[in-house]
Design a protein around this ligand. Structure first.
Ligand SMILES: NC(=O)c1ccc[n+]([C@@H]2O[C@H](COP(=O)([O-])OP(=O)(O)OC[C@H]3O[C@@H](n4cnc5c(N)ncnc54)[C@H](OP(=O)(O)O)[C@@H]3O)[C@@H](O)[C@H]2O)c1
Length: 339
């Protein structure tokens, strides 16, 4: 891609900053962000890219919910819109956080749709990031675009352990007592929140009528690169905690961030591409195999190095489901992100 105007909505984060660097040498990048100019940094408190890094990049303020003239006029005449905006899922799923995780994604998608409809020269292509979490957990065949099975309930999307069962029973009882058997609160407990987010996010995207703009939902797997989600995994391995999680049998779908950028380039250039695409490496691995590979590539702390020299083994303590529950609570995340 060359000499194109690319809009990165939510482009201040892990994937957005990588794409800005990848495309920014030859193209003009506009990042839509909720931050004000003076305080630019991302979730990882990294300083955001600027023109001093040798790329053509500007940051334009939006609120991720409403169309406003200042950013609407930026997308008029753009070639490619990539929407990455959304509250990070790396948090405890309380009611308020759930609301924000969902609303940030559908609100931003809806606002972009509205903006595209109201300008003279809409972008040629709009890529909305989506997630491969939408698929059912599968051990016998890959979930591809044609035969992949969309998850329906909580139990078929993730490993389900005794603690999940106890939590489910408790919540079901409370919902029945306080809201009744026919209430939404009761019925929705059978649905997996993460999958519901994926479904509503894509539904909102495909509802947007943009006849002059080719639309692609990019169901992206866990994206690995320098930073982002790999950082906590690296830290676990560094300190000898890089064993398998739970049974270790759960499949880990991943994609390298270089390939995310290359796929976006390819999708933009291939005019027949339209609709839903999976952005994932062809060979998924089990959690235990992923952790084993990490133990071999991550540089150890000096204590772990000495231990390895003395014993000749690379240690990595396993984390059974109940320990992960406790750990996730302490670090303020959800076990579904690890299991
Ligand atoms: N990383 C992965 O492994 C992965 C895999 C599959 C799908 N995805 C999806 O891809 C997208 C980008 O991922 P990422 O890793 O780059 O995420 P990220 O680092 O968390 O960046 C997301 C960006 O969204 C914006 N944002 C946060 N809360 C928002 C809110 N309430 N309303 C509007 N915008 C908000 C933030 O920008 P400002 O603060 O500047 O506004 C943030 O920089 C996300 O939607 C994520 O769910 C990621």
């Amino acid at each position: 891609m060359k000499d194109k105007k690319i809009i990165l909505a939510g482009g201040s984060g892990f994937i957005g900053q990588f794409l800005a660097k990848y495309f920014g040498g030859d193209n003009e990048i506009i990042v839509l962000t909720r931050q004000s100019g003076a305080t630019h940094k991302n979730l990882y408190t990294e300083k955001l890219l600027t023109e001093k890094d040798g790329i053509q990049i500007r940051y334009v303020k939006w609120d991720g919910q409403r169309t406003e003239e200042n950013w609407q006029k930026e997308i008029d005449g753009a070639d490619l819109m990539i929407n990455l905006a959304g509250k990070s899922v790396n948090c405890r799923y309380h009611k308020k956080q759930r609301h924000e995780i969902l609303e940030s994604r559908i609100g931003a998608t809806r606002a972009i749709g509205e903006a595209i409809r109201s300008i003279n020269s809409p972008p040629k292509v709009w890529i909305n990031v989506a997630s491969s979490t939408i698929y059912k957990d599968s051990h016998d065949r890959p979930n591809d675009e044609f035969t992949g099975i969309i998850s329906d309930g909580r139990r078929d999307n993730m490993s389900y352990n005794l603690i999940d069962q106890l939590r489910y029973n408790k919540n079901k009882l409370l919902a029945r007592l306080f809201h009744g058997k026919n209430s939404n609160e009761y019925k929705q407990l059978d649905l997996d929140f993460s999958v519901q987010v994926c479904k509503q996010w894509e539904k909102t995207f495909f509802e947007q009528q943009t006849p002059l703009t080719r639309k692609i939902a990019l169901r992206t797997a866990i994206t690995l690169g320098a930073g982002g989600v790999i950082t906590p995994y690296f830290n676990l391995c560094k300190f000898g905690l890089g064993g398998k999680h739970g049974t270790g049998r759960q499949m880990f779908s991943w994609v390298h961030i270089d390939d995310v950028a290359r796929m976006i380039d390819w999708l933009f250039n291939n005019e027949i591409c339209d609709g839903i695409y999976n952005c994932v490496a062809p060979d998924v691995v089990s959690n235990s195999s992923f952790m084993k590979t990490l133990r071999h590539v991550v540089p150890n702390s000096s204590f772990m190095k000495t231990l390895r020299q003395v014993t000749g083994h690379r240690f990595g303590l396993n984390a059974p489901a109940f320990l992960l529950e406790a750990g996730a609570f302490i670090i303020g995340t959800e076990t579904v992100l690890m299991l």
